[in-house]
Design a protein around this ligand. Structure first.
Ligand code: BEZ
Length: 211
């Protein structure tokens, strides 16, 4: 059965560009982002890995460890990284799993045979510091991911893990948030001392509480 939100992210040991990694050990107390690529030496993947590498400091700031995957071998990954660094003007600074036997791809249901029998789709898994899966997104091979969007989601996930709030459509870090429906009106002033607006009884907003 495929993975669902709230499941423990399956652990695995895999060969990567920085050596053998056991996933849960690699994550330690951090959050994680695991993202798959269809294949080495493909144009969209090259731009994605470059974009991800340029944002490493932003992932670090949020205590999120990055790890990528493709089903090609380790030598291929190392040579491809040289191209990525050269063409994307960066340095790939996180591990890429060489999943030649597709063990991890199968564990995380990253091969969708009706899309392509041989290659992984562009899967994204965000994993909390409790090792639970917090987000799953699947993109087709033809569409490169937006890593700024992934950082935005991480901001929302980390905020809502700690406060009784949710984030509205197109929310960005720093903007007002929605008070969770479970919070009673009488409890709002104590929980959200920055104030709140009641637009409808079920739609109450407050300034972002962790700023
Ligand atoms: C790419 O990364 O460019 C790509 C990979 C597989 C199919 C189409 C594009």
């Amino acid at each position: 059965m495929s993975l669902r939100l709230g499941d423990i992210a399956p652990d695995f040991t895999a060969e990567t560009t920085v050596g053998t990694i056991t996933f849960h050990e690699y994550l330690g107390d951090s959050w994680g982002i695991l993202f798959s690529h269809p294949a080495d030496y493909t144009p969209v993947c090259t731009t994605e890995l470059g974009a991800a590498a340029k944002l490493k400091a932003e992932f670090d700031k949020r205590n999120v460890k990055m790890i990528a995957l493709s089903v090609d071998g380790i030598e291929s990954h190392h040579s491809w990284i040289k191209d990525i660094n050269e063409t994307q003007h960066t340095e790939v600074n996180f591990p890429i799993i060489a999943d030649e036997d597709r063990k991890v791809a199968e564990l995380y249901d990253m091969i969708h045979p009706n899309a392509n029998e041989n290659f992984t789709v562009r899967s994204v898994f965000i994993i909390g510091n409790d090792k639970k899966v917090k987000l799953i997104i699947t993109y087709p091979a033809s569409t490169g991911r937006n890593f700024d969007e992934l950082l935005r989601v991480i901001d929302s996930l980390q905020l809502t893990a700690n406060y009784s709030v949710a984030t509205p459509a197109n929310w960005k870090n720093g903007e007002d948030v929605v008070i969770a429906p479970a919070i009673k009106n009488e409890d709002i002033p104590k929980k959200f001392p920055k104030g709140h607006k009641e637009i409808k009884p079920y739609l109450r907003t407050t300034p972002q509480p962790n700023l």
